[in-house]
Design a protein around this ligand. Structure first.
Ligand code: NAD
Ligand code: DAU
Length: 347
C-alpha cells in the first residue's frame, strides 16, 4: 500500500493510474482538491477498490496520522504542492503553506510512524528549478549543483527539499528526492505552457509567449517521469537525490513551433497555420533563462531513460487533448477563467 499525496493533480493522477496498471499495488490518495486537483482525471478508478481517495490537506496532521495508522503504507510518494510559477509570483503565501509547512507536517508525522513500520520510504517529488538558472553554455545541473532558487515557487520547493534532507540526516527517515524537469502529457491543466497553447490554438486565441521566447526548458513526457519515480522508490538509496529529465532542451519558440506543426496536420484550420496565432507578451518577472538536467546518475544506477522523444510525446499529448475535450471544458471553468484574466489581462 502506498500513500500518495496530490494524486488528483497532473503528475499525481498519471502516477496513480500508471502504478495501478503496472504493479496493482493499492493506493491511498490524499488531495485537498484545490484548483489544480481534478477527480475526473481518476474517473477510470471509480469502482476500483485498490484506490482509496481521501479529500484533505497534507497540513492536517491528525488526518495524516489517522491515514498512516489505518492503512500502514510502506511508502509515501509526495506530489502535493502548489506548482505554478506564475501563481507563486502573484500570491506566494499558499506556496509557503502547502510546499514548506505541508511537507514539514508530513515529515513530522512520519518521524514516529516509520520506526514501527520496518520497511518505509518517503519519496519527495521535486523540481530542477531549485538549482536556479543556467547560462547558454553552462553544463547541465547535476545532483551536486548548488541550490539557487529564484521564484517563490522554486524557493518553497528548495525549502521542502532541505527539510526532507534534514529529516534523513537527523532522524534517519529513509527519504528519497527526485528533481525533475518540465513535464507534459494528459491531464495537465491548461495554465502551463503546453496545454495552454493547445487549448488556445483550438479556440483560435493568441498563443502567448513570454519575452523573446528563447528561454530553454528540458521537456519530459509525464509517464516517463512516473516510471522513474517508481524505480527511485524501489531501488533508490535512502538519503540520496536523483535528477530526472528528458535530455530534450528546447526554447519556448521551438515548443510552440512543434505544436503548431502537429496541429496543422492533425486539426488543420481554414484560416491558415496556427503559427499566425503566436503572440509575444510581457515577460514573467525573474524568468529563469535555462534549465538542463544531467541524468547520468539515474541512467547508470537505476537503468532508467526516457522512452518518449519530444516529438512522440507531444503527438500523444496533442491527440489526448483532441479526444478529451470534455475533460478540458470542465477543467477550464470558474477559477481557471479568473486566473487567465488575472495573469494575461493586464499585459
Ligand atoms: P498540480 O498543480 O497539477 O497538482 C498538485 C496537486 O496537489 C493538486 O491536485 C492539488 O489539489 C494538490 N495539493 C496542493 N496543495 C495541497 C495540500 N496542501 N494538501 C493536499 N493536496 C494538495 O502539480 P503537478 O504538475 O502535478 O506537480 C506535482 C508535483 O511535482 C509538485 O510537487 C511539483 O512541484 C512537482 N514537479 C512538477 C513538474 C511539472 O512539470 N509539472 C516538474 C517537476 C516537479
Ligand atoms: O522545471 C520544472 C517545473 O516546470 C515544475 O517544477 C513546475 O511545477 C512546472 O510548472 C514547470 O515550471 P515552468 O515555469 O517552467 O512551466 P510553465 O509551463 O509555466 O512555463 C514553461 C515556459 O514557458 C517558461 O519559460 C515560461 C513560458 N511561458 C509560460 C506560459 C504559461 C510562456 O512563454 N507563456 C505562457 O503563457
Amino acid at each position: 500500500m502506498l500513500l500518495v499525496t496530490g494524486g488528483a493533480g497532473f503528475i499525481g493522477s498519471n502516477f496513480v493510474l500508471g502504478t495501478l496498471a503496472a504493479t496493482g499495488e493499492a493506493v491511498v490518495n490524499l488531495d485537498k482538491l484545490g484548483y489544480a486537483g481534478n477527480l475526473r482525471s481518476l474517473a477510470a478508478l471509480e469502482r476500483d477498490a485498490r484506490h482509496v481517495f481521501v479529500r484533505g490537506d497534507i497540513g492536517d496532521r491528525a488526518l495524516v496520522r489517522r491515514l498512516l495508522e489505518q492503512h500502514r503504507p510502506r511508502a509515501i510518494v509526495h506530489f502535493a504542492a502548489e506548482s505554478h510559477v506564475d501563481r507563486s509570483i502573484h500570491a506566494p503565501a499558499e506556496f509557503v503553506q502547502s510546499n514548506v509547512v505541508g511537507t514539514w507536517a508530513l515529515l513530522e508525522e512520519c518521524r514516529e510512524y516509520f520506526k514501527s513500520q520496518g520497511e518505509f520510504r518517503f519519496l519527495h517529488v521535486s523540481t530542477d528549478e531549485v538549482f536556479g538558472s543556467l547560462g547558454e553554455s553552462d553544463p547541465p545541473f547535476t545532483e551536486k549543483s548548488p541550490y539557487a532558487p529564484n521564484s517563490p515557487y522554486s524557493a518553497s520547493k528548495a525549502a521542502a527539499d532541505h527539510l526532507v534532507r534534514a529529516y534523513h540526516h537527523t532522524y534517519g527517515l529513509p527519504t528519497l528526492i527526485g528533481n525533475c524537469s518540465n513535464n507534459y502529457g494528459p491531464f495537465q491543466l491548461p495554465e502551463k505552457l503546453v496545454p495552454l497553447l493547445i487549448h488556445n490554438a483550438l479556440a483560435g486565441k493568441p498563443l502567448p509567449i513570454y519575452g523573446d521566447g528563447r528561454n530553454v526548458r528540458d521537456w519530459l513526457y509525464v509517464e516517463d517521469h512516473c516510471r522513474a519515480l517508481r524505480l527511485v522508490l524501489e531501488r533508490g538509496v535512502p538519503g540520496e537525490t536523483y535528477n530526472i529529465g528528458g535530455e530534450s532542451e528546447l526554447t519556448n519558440l521551438q515548443v510552440v513551433e512543434a505544436l503548431c506543426a502537429q496541429l496543422d496536420t492533425l486539426r488543420p484550420r481554414s484560416a491558415g497555420s496556427y503559427r499566425q496565432l503566436v503572440t509575444h507578451v510581457k515577460d514573467r518577472p525573474g524568468h529563469d533563462r535555462r534549465y538542463a538536467m544531467d541524468i547520468s546518475r539515474i541512467k547508470r544506477e537505476l537503468g532508467w531513460r526516457p522512452q518518449e522523444s519530444f516529438t512522440s510525446g507531444l503527438q500523444k499529448t496533442v491527440q489526448w487533448y483532441l479526444t478529451n475535450a470534455d475533460w478540458v471544458a470542465q477543467a477550464t471553468r470558474g477559477e481557471y477563467r479568473e486566473w487567465i484574466e488575472r495573469n494575461y489581462g493586464a499585459r
